[in-house]
Write a protein that binds this ligand. Structure first.
Ligand SMILES: Cc1cc2nc3c(=O)[nH]c(=O)nc-3n(C[C@H](O)[C@H](O)[C@H](O)COP(=O)(O)O)c2cc1C
Length: 309
């Protein structure tokens, strides 16, 4: 049985969502926070709230950082250490051009010299367990080879590999051959991530790579929050059960977000994202009705109808 990890998704898996998912269904070993970064010499207040211990009490959360230098790495690690965390995930996979073009995320994969400096930083922070989340490269799927060799010099909890390049973003096929290569080359445990949407998808990957440490699920869990539990119980839920859980999570999220968001528009924008990966589950028409509802009143009416699906 593989461990299942909840991928970080900026704008979706914030502290509120993680708390509610953990309380109402769980089944995942760890939740990774969307990346924390340095902006104007400090951690953004939005990121501070997301990783604040009081907002993550009892939830097995691992903060993730993104950086383009040893200086940024040192600053972010020290800030997170102060909060009492003893584990940090290093983002070497983000494909967003705003980050990658500045040498952050998968932009760092073309700079083995900087990765070597980061490895020194990992070794110096003995009290922290580090993991890495990476892609194959920016525009070249061999870029990861030299990085994996470098990372073999340090003990990591694991390396999560999303087998695409940065220029692919989230489109095109995942490259299983390249993943196989990384998996064979790495002395650190490997976790697979990418396009796993169903219980069958999990089992298929498990069969191909039986010695892998785990699977990280992102959009699959957003669209079917019970997926990790379905895997643990080896029992697929039907659409009715899945929609009932989505509605339960939805109502709890509404109650939580209404404490921190102001006004109908903010609320509508936030809550709509909750359904974004659920088109398959809801069916095209009900999905469109929810997503294109236009105002909070129409939105709530469209959501209320989902219980009759
Ligand atoms: C909107 C969005 C935001 C994301 N934010 C992050 C992030 O903050 N950190 C990170 O490592 N990956 C991030 N990712 C990548 C996901 O963690 C994951 O690797 C990707 O969605 C592929 O996995 P999936 O097919 O299971 O969703 C993001 C992806 C999307 C679509």
């Amino acid at each position: 049985m593989l461990d299942i990890f909840f991928a970080p998704l900026q704008g979706y898996t914030d502290d509120v969502y993680r708390r509610v998912h953990y309380k109402l269904i769980g089944g995942v070993k760890n939740y990774y926070t969307p990346f924390v970064r340095v902006e104007a010499g400090a951690v953004r207040s939005k990121d501070q709230r997301d990783i604040a211990p009081e907002n993550n009490t009892g939830v097995p959360v691992v903060p993730q950082i993104i950086f383009n230098s040893r200086k940024e790495f040192d600053y972010l690690v020290s800030r997170i250490k102060c909060l009492g965390y003893n584990e940090i995930d290093l983002n070497m996979g983000c494909p967003f051009p705003l980050q990658a073009r500045h040498g952050r995320g998968c932009g760092i994969l073309a700079h083995p010299d900087i990765v070597s400096e980061i490895i020194e930083g990992i070794k110096e922070n003995k009290e922290i367990t580090f993991s890495v989340k990476m892609r194959l490269g920016w525009d070249n799927s061999n870029e990861c080879d030299s990085i994996i060799e470098l990372l073999n010099n340090v003990q990591l909890r694991h390396i999560t590999v999303h087998p695409r390049t940065g220029v692919q973003q989230y489109k095109g096929n995942v490259d299983h051959d390249a993943f196989k290569r990384v998996y064979a080359q790495s002395s650190n445990p490997i976790i697979y991530n990418g396009d796993i949407l169903t219980l069958d998808d999990i089992k298929r990957i498990e069969n191909i790579f039986p010695n892998m440490k785990g699977i990280m699920l992102g959009r699959g869990l957003l669209g079917a929050p019970s997926l990790a539990v379905e895997y643990a119980d080896n029992k697929e839920w039907n659409n009715r059960e899945r929609i009932a859980l989505m509605l339960k999570i939805h109502d709890t999220l509404m109650a939580e977000y209404s404490k921190i968001l102001k006004g109908d528009t903010q609320m509508l924008n936030k809550m709509r994202t909750f359904w974004e990966y659920a088109e398959e589950l809801l069916g095209r028409k009900p999905y469109k009705k929810v997503i294109k509802s236009g105002n909070l009143k129409n939105y709530l009416a469209a959501v209320a109808e989902l219980k009759y699906l």
